[in-house]
Design a binder for this molecule. Sequence first.
Ligand SMILES: [Zn+2]
Length: 318
Amino acid sequence: MKISVKFVRKVSYAVLAFIGLFFCSFSSASLAFRVSADEMEVLKQSLFVNASANTNVNANDMADVNAATYKATNASLSNSGNVADCGNCKVKRAFKPRLRSCRGIGNINTSRKVVALTFDDGPHKKYTDEILMILKLYEIRGTFFLVGQNVAEYPCIVKALYANGHVVGNHSYSHNYLNTQTADEIAVALTKTNNLIKKTIGVYPALFRPPYGSCSSDSVRIVKKLKLKTIMWSVDYPLERLTAPEDIANEVIGQVKPGAIILLHDGGGNRESVIAALPIIIKALKSEGYEFLTVPELLSVGAYLNENNDKKEKGEEQ
Ligand SMILES: [Zn+2]
């Protein structure tokens, strides 16, 4: 089998990055398309050689994350002006969310045939595993907006995503509607998730996708304060109406234009048909000449927050 230099470099990096950790044990995924047993073995080895066997973030790590979140949230809110007198922020201000449609970036204007695949609501022990293998097969990198509580449960999958060149973004901690939450609840949800991802892969995500695409004036202010960039989408699929993989694929393919950001899911419910639709979507768009980019590549922005900015921020808090 031909092994490219790029492939060897990627695997080496992954091994170095996670040396000292145990290997993750993944159940064998049954893909909704044909992959030979040999191909499957090669894919699994290349994808998960780097992943750790820690099935959960341990109690000490979680305590660190909570402490950092609490501190950052206090700083964020007390600097915001709206809750200046909240002391240690146990006092919540009156709950009056103002609804506001999210103004994130859903696509770019371009004539180049480029698109970005995004996956929300993971990591999921089965679906993310399967998507990783599909993307590996087609040599595509995607952007995954992760739910913090799932990151805590499946850190090894997050490590596998990152080590394989996919981009990891923030999708809140518990996937609640932001326009039903108070300012400090939103700040905790976003900061805790970013801290958890930093603890897991060593970097803070710079991209954020609001659950359900819901925003409020508070959420917009906090997202800005945390220096996160809101990423929406221009292509999706109505899962309540479409259940057959072919129908989902046709819906997505029909909506795609150059510069599109495509919303798909690897968690949050039964995603079997979405997973089965993915190879159909990829093959069709490739045959039309489309190139697949990560969201940061599409937008020419950084995937992760600048460490220098982060240190400066920490200094300012004290
Ligand atoms: Zn979601």
